[in-house]
Design a protein around this ligand. Structure first.
Ligand code: NAP
Length: 297
């Protein structure tokens, strides 16, 4: 806690989805935010500055720049960028490790790593094991650390997993067997939970929390969209071969083992009662039915 009673929290990834949600939640709670950005002049960085966020320019290749940006903060939140290849996975580990080392050098009192669900163990999913390696590095660092482990983003239903409309029916398609539930969370809620932990209003047992707001099979996901729109909806399981990268194929193979790793949504709601389930997320985001690609004449 700072002398003035207002915490200063450093955020890496603030111009992105998860970091942006952390910033939103911190500002709502009256915290001071310092965003560690690589391009202070970018539109996204400048939009943060316009909301009162302090910008600190950093280059991962220049550790001193990161250490300087972390000076005198009360806590530090970081995520690591998406990796689509094994080369990018190594880059992800390099970034995460460098951020942890800088936090050690700057003696940051508390570090929160927004990792991924399942990162407490090795799964064989390259871009999840990368986060396991960073978690291990953070644990070994001696820093006070909390792992926030998000499940799949509900926002994927506005992009890569967007439902389609065909012959008057909403269609949800995923490379996931019909009987397997998908673990989901809205990005807003990742930010809210991380902010509560960063500001010390919540301490999670064991120093880690899986962040989940809903767990639904494909048919249940389709039903949620259909109920919102008042239109019939159905699910179609796709083969893994539709996925563009081997990394994603390995990841969805791991998702199919969901029942081996039960989630605790009630525990997450105890930390943050406003955590949304999928139906609430659909309503809140104003999701609308896409154009019918195969409308009958
Ligand atoms: N999609 C899912 O369902 C899901 C679920 C759980 C976990 N995840 C994990 O979430 C992560 C992606 O999170 P996101 O969607 O929030 O990412 P995002 O929106 O793509 O944002 C990436 C952020 O990292 C910054 N960044 C990237 N490389 C940098 C560098 N070298 N130096 C400084 N800043 C850098 C970007 O800054 P700029 O603005 O400068 O580019 C941006 O702020 C991935 O690791 C993924 O595995 C995803």
């Amino acid at each position: 806690m700072s002398m003035q009673g207002t915490d200063t929290i450093a955020v890496f990834g603030a111009t992105g989805q998860q970091g942006g949600a952390v910033v939103d939640a911190l500002l709502e709670r009256g915290a001071r935010v310092r965003a560690l950005v690589r391009s202070p002049e970018s539109d996204r960085s400048q939009a943060l500055a316009a909301r009162g966020v302090e910008l600190a320019g950093v280059r991962i290749e220049d550790p001193a720049s990161v250490v300087a940006a972390l000076a005198a903060v009360d806590a530090f939140s970081f995520m690591t960028p998406e990796a689509d290849s094994l080369e990018q996975v190594e880059e992800e580990v390099r970034i995460g490790t460098a951020l942890v080392d800088a936090a050690v050098a700057a003696r940051v009192p508390h570090v929160v790593f927004t990792s991924v669900f399942g990162a407490e163990r090795e799964t064989g999913v390259p871009h999840h094991d990368s986060k396991h390696r960073i978690e291990e590095h953070l644990r070994r660092s001696g820093l006070r650390a909390t792992m926030v482990r998000p499940t799949g983003f509900m926002e994927n239903f506005t992009t890569v997993m967007a439902p389609t409309m065909e012959d008057g029916t909403i269609l949800v398609r995923m490379p996931l067997p019909e009987d397997v539930p998908l673990k989901l969370v809205s990005i807003r809620d990742i930010g809210r939970i991380a902010a509560a932990i960063l500001l010390g209003t919540v301490v999670v047992p064991g120093g880690a929390v899986e962040v989940i707001g809903d767990e639904l099979t494909g048919a249940q996901i389709a039903a949620a969209f259909g109920a919102h729109a008042g239109i019939p909806a159905r699910y179609e399981a796709l083969p893994l071969s539709v996925l563009p990268t081997e990394l994603d194929r390995v990841m969805f193979r791991e998702f199919a083992k969901a029942s081996e790793h039960p989630s605790d949504i009630a525990a997450v709601r105890e930390i943050e009662p406003s955590v949304r389930d999928l139906s609430q997320w659909i309503r809140a985001t104003g999701w609308t039915v896409p154009e019918d690609s195969r409308a009958r004449a």
